[in-house]
Design a protein around this ligand. Structure first.
Ligand SMILES: [Zn+2]
Length: 230
């Protein structure tokens, strides 16, 4: 028999389904990524349909069953109006949520990815600078989902000089240990370490040059690509 279950979640994505239904993908503390079928949600636009909007935090009651879980009740719990009204913040939030969608597995019982994502959104809502915040969030999200890069020197020998980026080997790899390509600048290495180490709210106040941040983002994207392909 289908079991009635309660959780809360951040709406990561919604998609129309059949004539009046909607599928909502939530990031939850108790069930990891949770895909819910909301029957008739598009007819109930002002209530259930509206609550199930991307970037809303909702309380849900649903039936667990084989296939898609079936939504029974939804209540709006929290919104992020400031994030929505600022394009740079909104882009950072949406791209962070897209990472969560890919990295957090269905049924994951660890609440950390959920807590981390809400901390990230609350920091954005509080007006902190989105660039470093997003990079710090992605680094932590990789870690809490078991894909974190090794950032304490070369993965093989621990050296801190002549480091290259090796997503295949899981982090920094020095040239003596087979790292190829140009060595990363010490400033870039320090920036990445700081982004991984400092608490998220502190990252919102960290000054990072645009070009450094772009390099960090490219490194994280290549890292995720390799990790997800495994
Ligand atoms: Zn090495």
């Amino acid at each position: 028999m289908a079991k009635l279950t309660r959780d809360q979640g951040l709406v990561l994505r919604t998609q129309d389904y059949a004539e009046t239904d909607r599928i909502a993908v939530l990031l939850t503390p108790g069930h990891g990524r949770l895909d819910l079928l909301a029957k008739g949600a598009r007819r109930l636009e002002r209530t259930a349909g509206a609550a199930l909007d991307v970037l809303n935090v909702v309380d849900v009651i649903f039936y667990r069953r084989s296939g898609l879980a079936l939504l029974r009740e939804v209540d709006l719990r929290r919104t992020f109006p400031r994030v929505r009204s600022d394009l740079a913040c909104l882009e950072a939030a949406l791209s962070g949520m897209e990472w969560a969608l890919r990295l957090v597995p269905r049924g994951m019982e660890d609440p950390e990815p959920y807590k981390l994502t809400l901390t990230f959104l609350a920091a954005l809502e509080g007006g902190l600078s989105p660039g470093p915040l997003r990079a710090g969030y992605l680094l932590r999200l990789l870690s809490t989902t078991g894909h974190g890069p090794h950032l304490a020197g070369c993965v093989k020998c621990g050296a801190r000089e002549g480091l290259t980026w090796s997503p295949e080997r899981g982090g920094f790899l020095c040239r003596s240990c087979g790292g190829t390509g140009e060595a990363l600048s010490p400033k870039l290495v320090r920036t990445l370490e700081a982004l991984a180490r400092l608490p998220l709210p502190a990252l919102g106040r960290l000054r990072v040059d645009e070009d450094l941040l772009e390099q960090v983002n490219a490194m994280l994207a290549s890292f995720r690509g390799v990790q997800l392909a495994r």
